[in-house]
Design a protein around this ligand. Structure first.
Ligand SMILES: N[C@@H](CCC(=O)N[C@@H](CS)C(=O)NCC(=O)O)C(=O)O
Length: 253
């Protein structure tokens, strides 16, 4: 994130290396905007510290702060809202969006809400039951992996009809960007892309864009090599530890 040609902004991104976090850095890179980054440690529960709750009352990443059009600071939380803010404020040329109120604009909004209400939460629960839950509950695993697959097939059908290879119209939009990190981590949820050729091609098409690839590596590089089962197990255990701690803390409230 150090190119001198970037458009200067006061955007500060609070993030971590997750499918929701990288949505924002991918779009910031595609828009060629300058931004500062604070990486939050879930292991240290930094996302629940009072200073961060002032930025995101929900205690989750991503969130941004910026100087608003009135010259005063603004905070924005929820990745979908952040993506909408960034294109509405900084994509005046419509490189990654369509004119407000156009058919394509409404289609993009549909996919964005579909991702926020469907793909993200369902695949997130697939991760939980498949990787992190202290007991292996077959019903939970099947239910959420099945829903994730069903949602992938919805994207597959849309992409099969697309002449550009993107979800909406002729360009990369926040519809694609919001979904990419989730589909890219399909393996973590235990869901294969076999049988989804259009989705696999879409994944690669976006991965091969320099700006998107840079954004997907914020705040740190993503893995380039396939993890062994032991390595996956170790990461899952570490993540499970802070999730269970969080569950206990919530139960006591
Ligand atoms: N709907 C929220 C979801 C945010 C979310 O779940 N973020 C996760 C990382 S992907 C998080 O911060 N987890 C930390 C926690 O649960 O304490 C969004 O899209 O911004």
């Amino acid at each position: 994130m150090s190119s001198s040609t970037k458009t200067p902004t006061n955007i500060h991104l609070y993030t971590a290396q997750t499918p929701n976090g990288i949505k924002v850095s991918m779009l910031l890179e595609e828009l060629n905007l300058s931004y500062a980054v604070t990486a939050l440690s879930f292991a240290k529960n930094e996302q629940k510290e009072p200073w961060f709750l002032e930025i995101n009352p929900n205690g989750r990443i991503p969130a941004i702060t910026d100087t608003f059009t009135d010259g005063k600071p603004i905070r924005i939380f929820e990745s979908g809202a952040i993506l909408q803010y960034l294109v509405e404020r900084y994509d005046g040329e419509g490189k990654f969006s369509y004119p407000k109120g156009s058919r394509e604009d409404w289609e993009v909004r549909g996919w964005l809400f579909w991702q926020m209400g469907g793909l993200g939460p369902m695949q997130g629960q697939a991760n939980h039951f498949f990787r992190y839950a202290p007991e292996k509950i077959e019903y939970g695993i099947q239910r959420y992996q099945g829903e994730t697959k069903r949602l992938y097939s919805v994207m597959e059908t849309q992409l099969a009809k697309s002449t550009s290879g993107f979800l909406v119209g002729d360009r990369l939009t926040i519809a694609d960007i919001s979904c990419w990190g989730w589909v890219n981590s399909h393996d973590w949820a235990g869901v294969s892309l076999d049988g989804f050729p259009y989705l696999a091609a879409w994944l690669e098409k976006i991965r091969s864009r320099e700006a998107s690839a840079r954004g997907a590596n914020v705040p740190k590089s993503t893995r380039t090599k396939e993890l062994t089962e032991e390595e996956k197990e170790k990461i899952a255990k570490e993540t499970s530890a802070w999730i269970l701690q969080g569950n206990e803390h919530t139960a006591k409230k």
